[in-house]
Write a protein that binds this ligand. Structure first.
Ligand SMILES: Cc1cc2nc3c(=O)[nH]c(=O)nc-3n(C[C@H](O)[C@H](O)[C@H](O)COP(=O)(O)OP(=O)(O)OC[C@H]3O[C@@H](n4cnc5c(N)ncnc54)[C@H](O)[C@@H]3O)c2cc1C
Length: 484
């Protein structure tokens, strides 16, 4: 039987299980084959289950027929993990229709919801109750993708990542039965052995498909104040963060860095964004500093904008700040959230998602600027990111010659060089918050200790032997028996 005939048999069988419109083929698949920052994939077909039971039946079918499944949620991932490869043999399982249940427990501040719910929709439903899911980023992912990538974002400093805010999950394991693992607990305290949900959070769908989640919710901030701070120099960045933490502690909700190059490129390529430094030169580095309070303004209390101004004035005394700019919070945040897309228009972009101990971040940036300046002076470093938690989007813009794309060999050499310094010299992470996919698998393979790969291989073989996900943490299962 030809591959094509086999595929149409599979489509017919899966349509019988899931319903006609729940299995897509042909041009209907286009939106599922290319991702936010990658293209070139080709799917055999796309499955869209509406319930955990349907997802289980479809996973079992695919595993038994050795069909590689690529789980997909909002498809905003940037490491080439949410879309199929170019072979046309992998099947996408989109959870976009899996939006039920919706069980909101206001007293417990938790919600049990489907993996296909968009973050924007989740927060719109929570807003009337004064609650929100405290993950903030420039894209609009779905719950299943957020768990699978363990999304970080701009308010990590105050609220942590998705892992910290997840109470439970329901997962369909990639085995021949499509085993449903119901870990949908609403409990915050539950020390009854291994907390299994954690092996599915941040592991990019390598062990199964997350179909439901129980999320811990926070009270929505009711007041916020934002300022852009200009540190007196690169070395004062960390002391400035520590001074603010000392001074306003738990009110501090964001400490986001923006290099001069990243702001300049954003203003140049996004006409709707204005420079916050009107008329003045954009400084080498700026910090978006935000404080929030989650109650309404009170008469007997200092307005939050004055609270921030007074805190900055106290820290100013230490000589760590050179300038401070205040403005409408929405406008300042719009600048910050636009950088990521704007720098892509500046030339050929080679983007790195790195994390360091907080004390190593600025020395790494200084070292790289000096290093690259010596032999690659045309490359512009347009870094920005979550400095408060040691994360940086280290973006290199390589001038485009006649509109030509970057030479893949040059890009690989550049990546190898930056990652080696970040990981081996500075003890950093090559994937701070975007998880693992085809784009950075090479570095997982290079930097992961053999003992960790052994554990991943044993877990994979034991609970999820089916082919699933784009990331590979394990050695090939069932390797060929060596000939004697
Ligand atoms: C403009 C922009 C800004 C961004 N900013 C940030 C940021 O600040 N912080 C950050 O962390 N990320 C950021 N991202 C990256 C991305 O938005 C996040 O990684 C997001 O959480 C991915 O969720 P998604 O629903 O789009 O998942 P997808 O892209 O669909 O999938 C991501 C991964 O999860 C797997 N997966 C998806 N659904 C499931 C499921 N149900 N079960 C098992 N595995 C599944 C996929 O196979 C893939 O490996 C940004 C992206 C863009 C485009």
């Amino acid at each position: 039987m030809t591959d094509l005939a086999r595929t149409s048999d599979h489509v017919a069988a899966l349509r019988a299980l899931l319903g006609e419109r729940s299995v897509l083929i042909g041009s209907d698949m286009a939106g599922y084959e290319a991702g936010a920052r990658h293209s070139g994939g080709r799917a055999a077909f796309v499955m869209r289950p509406r319930t955990t039971a349907d997802a289980s039946a479809a996973v079992a079918y695919c595993v038994r027929h050795k069909i590689h499944i690529v789980p997909q949620a909002g498809n905003t991932g940037v490491v080439g993990a949410s879309t199929p490869d170019a072979t046309g043999t992998q099947a996408v399982m989109s959870v976009e229709l899996l939006v039920a249940p919706w069980e909101l427990d206001l007293e417990n501040r938790s919600v049990h919801c489907g993996a296909g719910l968009r973050l924007s929709e989740l927060n719109a439903r929570l807003e009337p109750h004064g609650l929100f899911f405290p993950i903030d980023l420039g894209s609009d992912p779905q719950v299943g993708g957020m768990l699978s990538t363990n999304t970080g974002g701009s308010r990590f400093l105050k609220y942590g990542d998705v892992r910290r805010n997840t109470l439970g999950a329901t997962v369909v394991l990639a085995d021949g039965e499509g085993t449903v693992l119901d870990l949908s607990s609403h409990l915050r305290k539950n020390n009854v052995g291994v907390d299994w949900k954690h092996i599915f959070i941040g592991s990019a769908g390598a062990f199964g498909v997350i179909t439901e989640a129980v999320l811990s919710l926070e009270r929505r901030p009711r007041q916020s104040a934002v300022a852009i701070l200009v540190p007196s120099n690169g070395e004062s960045m960390l002391p400035l963060l520590l001074a603010l933490e000392d001074d306003i502690g738990p009110f501090l909700s964001a400490f986001e860095g923006m290099s001069r190059e990243s702001i300049v490129e954003t203003i140049a390529h996004q006409p709707t964004i204005r420079s916050p430094f009107s008329g003045r030169t954009v400084p080498d580095y700026s910090i978006l500093c935000e404080i929030t309070r989650n109650w309404d303004p009170r008469e007997d209390e200092l307005p939050i904008s004055e609270m921030l101004e007074q805190s900055i004035a106290r820290v100013w005394e230490t000589g760590l700040i050179e300038d401070a700019v205040f403005g409408p919070p929405e406008e300042i945040w719009r600048l910050r959230h636009t950088i990521s897309e704007a720098v892509r228009l500046a030339g050929n972009l080679v983007a790195f998602d790195l994390a360091f101990r907080r004390s190593d971040l600025m020395p790494f940036l200084a070292r790289m600027r000096k290093d690259l300046g010596k032999d690659l002076p045309d490359i512009r470093v347009c870094d920005f990111g979550h400095l408060g938690d040691g994360g940086v989007h280290f973006n290199l813009v390589v001038p485009s010659v006649g509109g030509q794309p970057l030479d893949p060999n040059f890009e690989r050499e550049l990546r190898d060089r930056v990652y080696r310094i970040a990981v081996e010299e500075f003890g950093g992470s090559f994937s701070a918050e975007h998880a693992i996919g085809r784009k950075n698998q090479r570095y997982y393979d290079a930097f992961t200790p053999a003992a960790v790969v052994d554990v991943a291989t044993a877990v994979k073989a034991a609970i999820a032997p089916g082919a699933i996900g784009a990331a590979r943490y394990h050695r090939a299962l069932n390797p060929p028996v060596p000939q004697s």
